[in-house]
Design a protein around this ligand. Structure first.
Ligand code: SF4
Ligand code: F3S
Ligand code: FES
Length: 249
């Protein structure tokens, strides 16, 4: 097995402050960044705080910034770097640091509570919820989300303007709205809330969220843009507003 001494620069600290610290850690063929972080914990920094769970790109826990790019550490191969490169690991920039690579992402769970749940027609009997495959496919894409928060981290609307946080649901929740709004049996009209409470208008379609999504969800093209169109139709098309919502789907 080939191995080398890799150069790593890891942010160490907590809410009161911190700094980048240099380490040399052994790297083996076929490893991902999280493997090296575990070796660093095992050999030199047992108190290094890092979140992880599945090591398979499915739990969304190991999000961090690798050389400034929001990524999953368990899905980032060390073969992307040369032995001469320095790999810099920092916590998600958009959220407050708890310690080292662990951030407080609880804001996202509070945002989830603002979304009205799936609301099928009253009295719909079990087993009567038939859907066309095309409708199933549309919401299935959004349900691949692993809640890694990389899209929320990269979106400049809150990354560069922290004061927007209270008024901005962010890309993960725009696709949650899209998933519900595109469901043929959901009876709620979510467009007004999206515009007035969730900040959809602040998104200016930079598509950075789509670029970082490890689940490959086309957040902007399949979720945000259609929802923006629906919001505009609702606001500026008086005839459309007179039709029941299921007729417009
Ligand atoms: Fe992560 Fe993609 Fe879900 Fe955003 S939409 S939280 S990037 S999986
Ligand atoms: Fe942000 Fe994605 Fe819109 S990165 S600006 S939510 S397209
Ligand atoms: Fe689960 Fe990385 S450890 S996504």
């Amino acid at each position: 097995m080939m191995s080398y001494q890799g150069h790593f620069r890891v942010w160490r600290g907590d809410a009161s402050g911190g700094r980048l610290k240099d380490f040399q850690v052994e790297v083996h063929d076929g490893e991902v960044v999280l493997d090296v972080v575990h070796r660093l914990q095992a050999t030199q920094a047992p108190d290094l705080a890092v979140r992880w769970n599945c090591k398979a790109g499915k739990c969304g826990s190991c999000s961090a910034e690798i050389n400034g790019h929001p990524k999953l550490m368990c899905m980032t191969r060390m073969s992307l770097f040369t032995p001469e490169d320095t790999v810099t690991l920092t916590p998600l920039r958009t959220y407050p640091v708890i310690r080292d690579l662990v951030t407080d992402v609880s804001l996202n769970y509070r945002k989830a509570l603002d979304i009205e749940p799936f609301t099928p027609p009253a009295g719909l009997e079990p087993g009567r919820m038939r859907m066309r495959q095309a409708d199933v496919g549309r919401s299935q894409e959004f349900r691949k989300c692993i809640e890694c928060w990389l899209c929320q981290d990269v979106c400049h609307v809150i990354r560069d303007h922290q004061d927007n946080k209270p008024a901005y649901a962010g890309p993960r929740y725009f696709i949650r709205h899209a998933e519900l709004d595109m469901h043929p049996l959901d009876t709620l009209d979510r467009r007004q809330a999206l515009r007035e409470e969730q900040g959809l208008g602040l998104c200016n379609i930079t598509k950075c969220c789509t670029e970082v999504c490890p689940a490959g969800i086309k957040i902007t093209d399949n979720g945000i843009i259609p929802m923006k169109e629906r919001v505009v139709d609702h606001r500026y098309d008086p005839l459309g507003r007179l039709l029941p919502s299921w007729r417009r789907r």
